[in-house]
Design a protein around this ligand. Structure first.
Ligand code: IPM
Ligand code: MG
Length: 355
């Protein structure tokens, strides 16, 4: 198959991790007889420096014209003083909204090889950590009005029933494909938007009688994730709660550097990115972990290109690389061999086999 991928290298460690993911994709193309064409897109701080805009319209159009978008990371201290509407992150938010990718899927799964890298007690890790956070991505407080007047700042958190319903359905459908347990997370003891969220989820539940729906307040969920993560299978939540909980969930699996994500809307054109940031402190030092981006590329193959065997091949290659005892600095432990970003990518390629 021929696929055109829009590639956003972005800022900080973005370029180096994306480079490794593209090398892996090239190897997959060679093994399976596909052609992947890459179109470079400027977004984030680098686009501000070059074009004075975190996502110029022309760059956005390249993404909308692609079969899917692969993104490294954007942002960094260099652009901290840029006004809100022109921050690097604004490019990412504009892209998500323009692509209509309302459904963000963030797996929190511990690799057996990395059980020691989890900060949780072994007795908790041994219960198993394998759940998915389905995060609403283009609504809520991220997209409400933001304003500062004098000494007062306001951010509006707003959800309509239809916005909740479409992400709710993804939550139920994801649960149907797994253990049929869905946990809806909100703050309905305080927020109107959360009370509406809960009401819509329970209305939808009648259409999915095979799925067991539970409700959890977000503060309790933050606690339960470290206390008893094995209780979760699919969590569905609004934009900002999902942002916070997915960082927390990633950390109990060992490293945020390992976690990929997919964002999809009404079409198969998706946005694929690791959930970590641009880590400017280690940028350009060949220290970053490219696995989150490499696994994001695997998700692209699985969810947007209908290439499940190719996606399996990448995931198996990552597993074989870990089995062989190689670790980037973020997950390094005693007795393992430390590798840099480039060597990590190369070792994963060396382990790629046609399934
Ligand atoms: C994420 C990031 C982004 C978000 C930032 C960079 C805008 O933290 O993808 O989780 O908050 O959504
Ligand atoms: Mg985040």
């Amino acid at each position: 198959m021929d696929k055109n991928i829009a590639v956003i290298r972005g800022d900080g460690i973005g370029p180096e991790i994306v480079e490794q993911a593209l090398n892996v994709l090239d190897k997959v193309a060679e093994l399976y007889g596909h052609t992947f064409t890459y179109t470079d897109v400027d977004m984030g701080g680098c686009a501000i420096d070059k074009w004075g805009d975190p996502l110029p319209e022309r760059e956005l159009q390249k993404c909308l014209a692609s079969h899917s978008v692969l993104l490294g990371a954007v942002g960094g201290p260099k652009w901290n003083d840029v006004p809100g509407a022109m921050r690097p992150e604004k490019g990412l938010l504009r892209l998500r909204a323009a692509m209509g990718v309302y459904s963000n899927n963030r797996p929190a799964k511990i690799w057996p090889q990395l059980a020691d890298a989890s900060p949780l007690k072994k007795s908790i890790v041994d219960q198993g950590i394998d759940f998915i956070i389905v995060r609403e991505l283009i609504g809520g407080i991220y997209f409400g009005e933001h304003k500062t007047e004098g000494d007062t700042a306001t951010d509006v958190l707003k959800y309509s029933e239809s916005e909740i319903e479409r992400i709710g359905r993804i939550g139920f459908e994801t649960a149907q494909k797994r253990s049929k347990k869905l946990c809806s997370v909100e703050k309905s003891n305080v927020l109107d938007s959360s009370r509406l969220w809960k009401k819509v989820m329970h209305r939808l539940a009648k259409e999915y009688p095979d799925v067991e729906l539970t409700d959890m307040l977000v503060d309790n969920c933050a606690m339960q994730i470290v206390k008893d993560p094995a209780q979760f299978d699919v969590v569905v939540t609004e934009n900002m709660f999902g942002d916070i909980l997915s960082d927390e969930a990633s950390q109990i699996t060992g490293s945020i550097g390992m976690i990929p994500s997919s964002s999809l809307g009404a079409t198969t054109c998706g946005l694929y990115e690791p959930i970590h940031g641009s880590a400017p402190d280690i940028a350009g030092k060949d220290l970053a972990n490219p696995v989150g981006t490499i696994l994001s590329a695997a998700m692209m193959l699985r969810f947007s290109f209908d290439m499940p065997r190719e996606a399996d091949a990448i995931e198996n290659a990552v597993s074989a690389y870990l089995d062989a005892g190689y670790r980037t600095a973020d997950i390094m432990s005693q007795g393992m061999t430390q590798v840099g970003c480039r060597q990590c990518g190369q070792l994963i390629i060396d382990n790629l086999r046609k399934e």
